[in-house]
Design a protein around this ligand. Structure first.
Ligand SMILES: Cc1ncc(COP(=O)(O)O)c(C=O)c1O
Length: 400
């Protein structure tokens, strides 16, 4: 399947402002169809969910459609799709519910590669319950998190393994399926942070062995909200704090307060946009598979072009080195501050921020402290001209 990047770009109103966006890992630009879905929800009759009035049915239909869309995106069960404000908020909520039965002697495994949103909630939940935290380290030279680095920490007291599907700092895609198999054989659950991965690859939660899989629509062309996908059976076993009159049904029991219906409609539109990359044939899940494969090939080609260009520039270190990784590059510059490059590029309409992007453990483990580096991330709308602008801007900065 070919990838028509010009046709893709034409669907993003924000690109008309002219910037070359390499800031997708922080949050992507949004297609017009996503914005239109948000507006349509807010300009149609809307009420709290129900089936009596048209306004109630609109709200209910939006929620059910969004659960189905996210389920199609990650091959999950729509009855186990939980929506919330952000991945961070949902992970905190679920960490409290999942840790309710933990006590002294129980163990949780977190990794040094993860965004802090899949670290700190577990560390703090363990502390609150007197449980022990074990840290799985990645190899700073290769960026790889070996399954054995997690496997060696497991015991029959391990209750949960929290691991990323892909690093938002250096792009590493650990072998989550192998890690999950190890965790399951020890009797532990897996909580997979799919926020970065979902934007770049076709996801199948069962193939990953993810008991709970978290992602954020605003990283894959959607609005600012979060979701977690799990089996309804697992969710039934968890009992979060909730208001007395609110339903105890799953997944609603985890969705505190009124859902942002307009953002859920936008989420469905974002999934439909990604499915549209796969052409018109087949059901949405099948089109997502084709579309994400075409997107991956496009992004990998652009990443290769960036890496080739960077090799011609003096004093650039690329920290993204794992064999399997997303098109997200972390760069540092000999004797120069990455934050200066960020500002210089911004002045030329090239958006590539510097920092450690909340992957603070990973940045420190790489020896980059809290400053991190310059992050160059690709998204569905990036093209060769963007890459030319990035490389020219970096060359100019290095010469200055
Ligand atoms: C890998 C990863 N995990 C988690 C998060 C947090 O997501 P949210 O903003 O939805 O809480 C981010 C956001 O940058 C991320 O990149």
């Amino acid at each position: 399947m070919s990838y028509d990047v010009a046709a893709v770009r034409a669907r993003f109103p924000a690109l008309r402002a002219g910037a070359a966006h390499f800031d997708g890992p922080g949050g992507s630009q949004v297609p017009g169809s996503v914005a239109a879905a948000v507006v349509a929800t807010l300009t149609s009759p809307i009420a709290n969910r129900g089936r009596t009035t048209e306004a109630e049915r609109n709200a209910d239909d939006v929620v059910l459609a969004a659960r189905q869309a996210v389920a199609d995106l990650v091959a999950g069960d729509p009855g186990g799709v939980v929506f919330g404000r952000s991945m961070t908020q949902l992970t905190y909520d679920l960490s409290r519910a999942l840790s309710a039965g933990w006590g002294p002697g129980d163990e949780v495994v977190v990794t040094r590669l993860d965004h802090d949103a899949n670290v700190r909630p577990w560390v703090q939940a363990a502390q609150a319950r007197g449980a022990t935290v074990r840290w799985a380290e990645f190899d700073p030279a290769t960026g790889e998190l070996a399954p054995g680095a997690v496997g060696g920490l497991l015991s029959d007291r391990t209750r949960l393994v929290a691991v990323t599907g892909a690093s938002n700092l250096i792009g590493t895609r650990p072998d989550v399926a192998a890690i999950s198999a190890l965790a399951h054989s020890a009797g532990a659950l897996t909580y997979v942070d799919g926020v970065h991965l979902t934007a770049h690859a076709a996801v199948d939660v069962a193939a990953l062995g993810a008991d709970l899989y978290a992602c954020s629509p605003y990283k894959f062309l959607g609005p600012h909200c979060g979701c977690v996908v799990a089996s309804p059976g697992l969710l039934e076993t968890l009992h979060p704090d909730k208001l007395l009159p609110s339903t105890d049904a799953v997944p609603e029991r985890f969705e505190l307060g009124t859902l942002p219906y307009e953002l859920l409609a936008g989420t469905t539109a974002a999934v439909d946009f990604l499915a549209g990359l796969g052409g018109p044939e087949g059901d949405r899940r099948a089109r997502l598979g084709v579309g994400m494969a075409a997107l991956e090939a496009h992004e990998d080609r652009l990443r290769d072009r960036i890496e080739d260009g960077l090799r011609t520039l003096p004093g650039v270190t690329v920290w993204s080195r794992a064999a399997r990784r997303t098109p997200t590059l972390l760069l540092t510059f000999e004797g120069r501050d990455a934050a200066d490059a960020y500002r210089f590029l911004a002045g030329r309409g090239v958006n590539a921020p510097a920092g450690s992007f909340y992957a603070i453990e990973a940045s420190r483990w790489l020896g980059l402290g809290d400053a991190g580096g310059l992050r160059v991330g690709l998204a569905p709308y990036n093209d060769d001209q963007d890459v030319d602008r990035l490389l020219a801007g970096l060359g100019e900065w290095l010469d200055s």
